[in-house]
Design a protein around this ligand. Sequence first.
Ligand code: PEP
Ligand code: MN
Length: 264
Amino acid sequence: KLTSREFHPENTIVDVDGVKIGDGSMTMMAGPCSIESLDQIRECARIAKAGGATILRGGAFKPRTSPYAFQGLEEEGLKYIRQAADEFDMKVITEVMDEAHIDMIAQYSDILQIGARNMQNFKLLQAVGKTGKPIGLKRGISGTIDEWLNAAEYIAAQGNFNVIFIERGIRTYETATRNTLDLSAVPLIKKLSHFPIIVDPSHGVGIWDLVPSMARAGVAAGADGLIVEIHPDPINAWSDGPQSLNEKTYMRMMKEVHIMEKAM
Ligand code: PEP
Ligand code: MN
């Protein structure tokens, strides 16, 4: 398989317009769950950059559990996140939910994110694969490692070798945390595949004060980077406020992560 270590023994480094993922350094991605306004995403970009992140996250098309919940600002949001990222010299990662939106989203975003709910949307995987763009592939809510590797294979089979695995927790019997962050996926994916893997502790636990610990655990497990949700005012966030870090907690977490990175 194209995704396997046997096929490609060396680590693949995904080059996001100059920001390299999987080159041995930690690539930090941060931003809100949802883009809410130009002011909000600019403030998130300022905070993200101050802590050392090089990639700005933010959803414009949101896969909400309820059809009545905020669904995202769509193209307007993409314009805002691009503007904010450019202002702070950052790259953009945002989710693609529908094949019909790929070309439009690709005009604004450097990385296309496939959400957990679409890990096995095979036509979507093939279509994003065809763009040749870096793809952030989240692990499915109940995705096994083998299913996840096969999802990456759908992308690679299109000739796209720019896959970034994102461990974001899986559904287990435990309900005290939003998901169960499976950190064994980090060394396991690294053993089985040559593509980089980053950790999303925010969706992994769903509770903001547990995020810094699990971020450090992700670094210790050997992740190539982290993706975390931040918000200038988490209590009033339009989505995923309970798992979003405020500026102070984010800055403290990033300081700890940088100390760990230097020691490794
Ligand atoms: C997100 O990144 O905001 C998101 C919806 O993540 P996931 O697909 O992992 O649930
Ligand atoms: Mn979210």
